[in-house]
Design a protein. Structure first.
Length: 165
């Protein structure tokens, strides 16, 4: 998929709404060779998805070995809206707490007092984190109104071919 095609998908209004959500699911190949799919908070900076994790997270050795990831951001309503993204993860070890981590957790409902307590706890727990920066290499939006999963599109085409004209 060409970069301009990826940008076109990610700039669609529904895609922008999904990219503003709190959680995505990140699939990767684990250290033992089996698939993993983890929900994780994220931010979208307009060209990359950033997730943050602890420096001892089990996913890090796996991503160093194989940086390919598949992401899903979706809704819980009918019809579902689904944004599928494939990309490559780059790991950026940082001292302290990345701004993105504080931003991505800012959408949870907390009182101002809870927010202060949460941030103090985070700062006391982590001396640093790893920013996982994902550059999209492929993207597809499925909204079940204008776009469908490719298998469903194929079935619709096959049904049309079977019907007499």
């Amino acid at each position: 998929m060409q970069p301009d095609e990826i940008t076109a998908v990610l700039n669609l209004p529904i895609s922008r709404e999904l990219l503003a959500r709190d959680l995505l699911r990140m699939a990767y190949v684990a250290k033992d060779g089996t698939p993993r799919n983890v929900p994780i908070a994220f931010t979208w900076n307009g060209s990359e998805i950033v997730v943050c994790t602890s420096k001892n997270a089990p996913k890090l050795p796996a991503l160093r070995r194989n940086p390919s990831v598949a992401l899903t951001i979706d809704t819980e309503v009918h019809p579902p809206k689904i944004l599928l993204i494939r990309g490559r993860a780059e790991l950026d070890v940082v001292d302290g707490i990345p701004d993105e981590y504080l931003q991505m957790n800012g959408s949870y409902t907390m009182t101002a007092e809870q927010r202060v307590e949460w941030e103090a706890e985070v700062r006391s727990l982590y001396d640093g984190m790893v920013r996982i920066v994902i550059t999209p290499t492929w993207a597809k939006l499925i909204d079940f109104e204008t776009t469908l999963p490719s298998a469903v599109e194929e079935l619709i085409h096959q049904r049309a071919e079977r019907q007499p004209t």
